[in-house]
Write a protein that binds this ligand. Sequence first.
Ligand code: 9MR
Length: 574
Amino acid sequence: YEPDTGSPVRVNQVGYLTDGPKRGTVVTDAIGALGFTVRDADGNTVASGTTVPLGEDPTSRQNVHGFGFSALDEPGEGYTVEVDGEVSIPFSIGDDLYSDLRSDALAYFYHNRSGIEIRADLVGEEYARPAGHVDVAPNRGDGAVPCRPGQCDYTLDVTGGWYDAGDHGKYVVNGGISVAQVMANFERTLHVEGANDEPLGDGALRVPERGNGVPDILDEARWQMDFLMRMQVPEGEPLAGMAHHKMHDRNWTGMPMLPHQDPQIRELAPPSTAATLNLAASAAQCARLFEPYDAAFAARCLEVAETAWDAAVANPARYASPNDGQGGGAYSDNNVTDEFYWAAAELFITTGAQEYRTAVLDSPIHGDLDATYPRGGFSWGDTAALGALNLAVVPNDLSEAELARVRALLLEAADRYAADSAATAYDLPFDATYVWGSNSQVLNNMIVLATAHDLTGEDSYRDAALGGWDYLLGRNPLNLSYVTGYGERYAQNQHHRHWARQLNPNLPYAAPGSVAGGPNSALQDPIAQRLLTGCAPAMCYIDHIESYATNEVTINWNAPLAWMASWADDLTSG
Ligand code: 9MR
């Protein structure tokens, strides 16, 4: 299998910000520097220079050169770069490159809501569908879901929330980090100068709650928060206050399958400490953000957060089994030090209480660079950065010295990601550990860089973050944008049960603004194993619906995508 990679001249296929860096990469056998020419849509030469030979790029095992034309600052569409007779995909220069992506990336969450009709007037006929997992056959409904046989003798109403991904499972690990990053997208607008709340506000997004006086992005977050809170073990039951790890079908369903057609029995998995702390952290953040809009809801979030915290402290080592992957993903995690840190940080920011301050300051994570900001990116299994980023940005009761330390660590992490970016042929702020969902690891590194830029205003952080955008939007070894609908060549056959045009002509492609998991050198699905064996790490990807290990979509990958789109849009509209 030889992927079609099109032109060897690689650019950000969406384009470059008017005052931002403009960098590209060319795959070539040439050893010495080559000339490059940038032309506008009419074919006039508007910039030129010579490439910088960079040798073999270890992520693609190709010989590459870099080139740059940052001085070109004339907004326009249809620019191209020519190197050695080869011409890039056309791209734009401008200030409004990320505003559609901001709302499309957020629309992902409404598209994937459970328990509610998805309306044509909000998403278009192609994507409209009946409510999934309400009590209409063949669904069993999520209104009274039992525990797995022998596990508990109650049922829970766990309707609502977002489907995780290409499957119809609903997981607290990772549902908590997803809603936390959606809320952080909004919370940034409260505390960062130049961050614009209008594109997230009431009436701005395609959600059915528009017009209710609450910012639309918080309406979306509430849909998930309500579900997460329903996953808490009720008072009076064993392990009260903990959260069930997940709920999903007893067996994997086939594809394609719309949510309302799922006939499987759905069950609650046992509670876990990691899920309980996802609930505690996200509910604590919920409490402070909803306070101005709905004090009763905010109070409920806080109560859930505090009871969840207490339950996790009382049950600090209940781990989900790594082998529990039938009918849904395992999301197992035997190290919850980071979840404790994240939850303590959120509870401390919201309440200022001594117990949480101590839990933050005494945590082994506190001040530890690798544990807080893993080199390969934070993720659902490494959540400390979520707390650390908020401690750095959201006003709280840390002393000045403590706050300075939190911010210094963040900048140290950002410096490290920036150094990684400078060391790669594609300016990618990533250490090239191409795991399942590598694109989200990249996005989370970009968030650390973007936050460093929010705090310092330094161009070097901005430029390294934008290098991540270049990579995700096409300047990469496959010459492919990983975001549906963005760029000229983009992923669209992501693994999803009903965005399944590849399997059925009556179903749609992935909706615009959906990010694919991305290259994963571990090749954990059959089609990747069949077609990609031997691949160079950054090329271990295929835009095929069956490649769930390289090409799935999920809430915890689109949440950082949306956060980063807001940040990039704010760079120019602020
Ligand atoms: O994102 C998860 C990744 O880190 C794991 O390596 C992988 C295998 O356990 O599972 C991923 O999560 C999937 C989940 O288990 C089920 N729904 C789809 C998720 C994204 O692929």
